[in-house]
Write a protein that binds this ligand. Structure first.
Ligand code: GLY
Length: 299
């Protein structure tokens, strides 16, 4: 039986002091949900899905309900779940009527020949799989409407609006059978162009899992992360023998050097070693391994 390991993050960004306790509590709850799955012998993909479901349902994070609004004031969500055993991923992008896109990502992973479905096609697939569509307004909360108004105002009155990513979520896991999985879910950047898809749901960019190396979930500004294929870069470093923590730090240094971008990463290698690093002011994350009876929550 393999060592168990699970890590979750709630996004790398400048977390305001008044949001810190809720973000800490949120990643702690997500870790607990995923850990229950691993402890009862469940699969890494199930643990990642369950952990991310908790974070999508928590309005503190930019995923599921509470996500940033795009330029037109709508929520458009991206999510991915990847199985390190098969290298198959399931992903959805630019969906507006899925309350939990990570669940549909899992359905794509396990019940579709494809890896990535977008927009209305992804929603049609969800319906065919028995998932009810939500009203898009169910994903919108007052805090994000206020943020959207402020950003729109800034865009017209000052320098061009620089889209931000705050609170993308993710999970990585190693299960008792020695399988790795990774998941990432996001509402993307505030005031993004309608139809814009970021790094999160792109295999190798915001997420990667390979049983021969490691499982990685990334957070940060997608247009930077995509340039350096961040998650695959970390997985390759780990596969070549780097410690997960060193690999995460090296890849984020490359992100900074090549794109001037900042971000964060969680990674678990095939031996169950955990790394968590960020170059933004903060990142909410939590992790646990079967070497310890205690979860670690950081922010
Ligand atoms: N990392 C989230 C995004 O840029 O969409």
């Amino acid at each position: 039986m393999s060592k168990l390991a699970l890590a979750v993050h709630g996004g790398a960004w400048e977390i305001p002091a008044e949001a810190a306790a809720a973000c800490r509590a949120g990643v702690g709850r997500a870790l607990a949900r995923g850990w229950e799955v691993l402890e009862r012998g469940g699969a890494a993909v199930e643990a990642c899905e369950q952990a991310v479901l908790v974070l999508e349902d928590d309005p503190m994070f930019d995923a599921g309900v509470g996500s940033h609004l795009n330029r037109d004031g709508c929520v458009q969500l991206d999510a991915i779940l990847m199985d390190g055993r098969t290298l198959k991923a399931g992903a959805v992008a630019a969906v507006e009527r899925l309350r939990n896109p990570i669940h549909v990502a899992r359905l794509v992973l396990e019940r579709s020949e494809h890896m990535l479905l977008v927009g209305p096609g992804a929603e049609q697939f969800a319906v065919e799989m028995g998932v009810s569509l939500c009203n898009p307004s169910e994903l919108v909360i007052a805090r994000e409407v206020e943020r959207w108004y402020q950003e729109k105002h800034k865009a017209s009155a000052g320098p061009p609006l620089r889209a931000r990513s705050a609170g993308t979520v993710g999970a990585v896991a190693l299960d008792a059978a020695g399988n790795l999985a990774a998941a990432t879910s996001t509402g993307g950047t505030g005031c993004k162009y309608p139809g814009r898809v970021g790094d999160s749901c792109l295999i190798g960019c915001g997420c990667y899992a390979d049983n021969r190396a490691g499982a990685v979930s990334a957070t940060g500004y997608g247009e930077h992360i995509m340039k350096v294929v961040l998650a695959k870069t970390v997985s390759d470093l780990v596969g070549a023998g780097a410690e997960p923590q060193a690999a995460a730090e090296k890849a984020l240094a490359t992100l900074g050097e090549r794109t001037e971008g900042m971000g964060g990463l969680i990674v678990i290698d095939k031996s169950g070693r955990v790394g968590a690093a960020f170059t933004t002011p903060n990142m909410a994350c939590a992790f646990r391994t079967s070497d310890s009876s205690e979860a670690v929550v950081r922010l």
